[in-house]
Design a protein around this ligand. Structure first.
Ligand code: BV8
Length: 245
């Protein structure tokens, strides 16, 4: 493992354009629940009941209540060393794109600016009539309404069966096919189209480095697979990159 960490650090040290894809595992050490692990959200909740447009149509109060509960968890969380290294990377490379499937906003809290949030953001809402995206202040309202037109708001989250924002997805694809190195961390790489991004990078000639607690569907296709906690491995890579501060 120390050898592979050193190799990853050397590869990153020599890169100019870096793209990073993150998933729920990056926030696990901040105590934000993941989706598919032993204590993952999908062990206790059914995505069909909470994270589809049909679920929202059937029972918008229940869906809003679930997202409010998740916002409450995230509000109490702090960023962890994995978020902090990824934030420092943004100023280290001449071109850096962070693509995240996370909706918790912790990457921005850690200091990243160039973030493509593929699946939306827990702290934003969208007007169901006009599509306007806004910061969310739900308060005690079980069914928040648009301040402009009074229509029902919905969480600004990409649910299963919904298309991702084409502009954000296009930028994520472009950053994946044009980078020198692609780093993927804390994702089971199951949900599409996010899971395909590392494969696009690989096909375009960029080495892919994976950091995950366990092996994933991607592991056999990456150049370096590092198994362990992102909050421990990413700081070790950063330390070995040299001339970083
Ligand atoms: C779409 C709601 C067009 C938001 C989420 C092609 C093939 C098969 C299926 C499909 C396909 N294309 C589309 C689909 C369907 C579907 C899909 O991918 N299904 C999967 C399950 C097979 N995709 C879609 O519907 C997407 N839309 O493609 O539109 C379309 C439309 C109709 C029909 C066809 C196409 C929309 C996807 C939106 C997903 N929204 N959830 C919410 O409430 O938050 S997905 C949910 O999973 C989260 O958003 C999350 O971001 C995402 C990804 O999960 P991960 O982040 O990877 O988390 P997970 O728990 O799985 O894994 C955590 C990992 O961390 C683990 O590997 C663990 O080992 C690791 N870990 C844990 N701790 C640590 C760690 N690693 C390091 N350190 C640690 N400390």
């Amino acid at each position: 493992m120390p050898d592979r960490i050193k190799r990853a650090a050397d590869m990153l040290s020599n890169a100019r354009k870096v793209t990073v894809l993150t998933g729920a595992g990056i926030s696990a050490e901040s105590n934000v629940p993941t989706f598919r692990g032993k204590d993952g959200l999908w062990k206790n909740f059914r995505p069909e009941d909470l994270a589809t447009p049909e679920a929202f149509k059937r029972d918008p109060k229940l869906v809003w209540e679930w997202y409010k509960w998740r916002r409450g968890i995230v509000t109490k969380c702090r960023t962890n060393p994995a978020h902090e290294v990824i934030a420092k990377m943004e100023s280290r490379f001449s071109s850096f794109t962070l693509v995240t499937q996370n909706v918790d906003g912790l990457h921005r809290r850690a200091g990243n600016k160039n973030v493509l949030e593929l699946h939306g953001n827990l702290f934003k809402a969208r007007c169901t009539k006009e599509g306007t995206i806004m910061d969310l202040d739900q308060g005690d309202d079980p069914l928040p309404k648009c301040p402009d037109c009074g229509a029902l708001l919905r969480p600004h989250i990409v649910w299963f069966g919904e298309s991702l924002d084409p502009e954000i997805l296009q930028k994520a694809f472009a950053a994946s096919v044009s980078c020198d190195i692609f780093l993927v961390a804390g994702t089971s790489a199951i949900v599409q189209p996010a899971a395909t991004l590392p494969l696009y990078a690989r096909q375009s000639g960029a080495p892919v480095i994976e950091v995950n607690l366990e092996r994933t569907a991607l592991s056999s296709m990456v150049n370096i697979s590092l198994t362990g906690k992102a909050g421990e491995i990413l700081p070790r890579i950063w330390e070995q990159m040299g001339d970083c501060e």
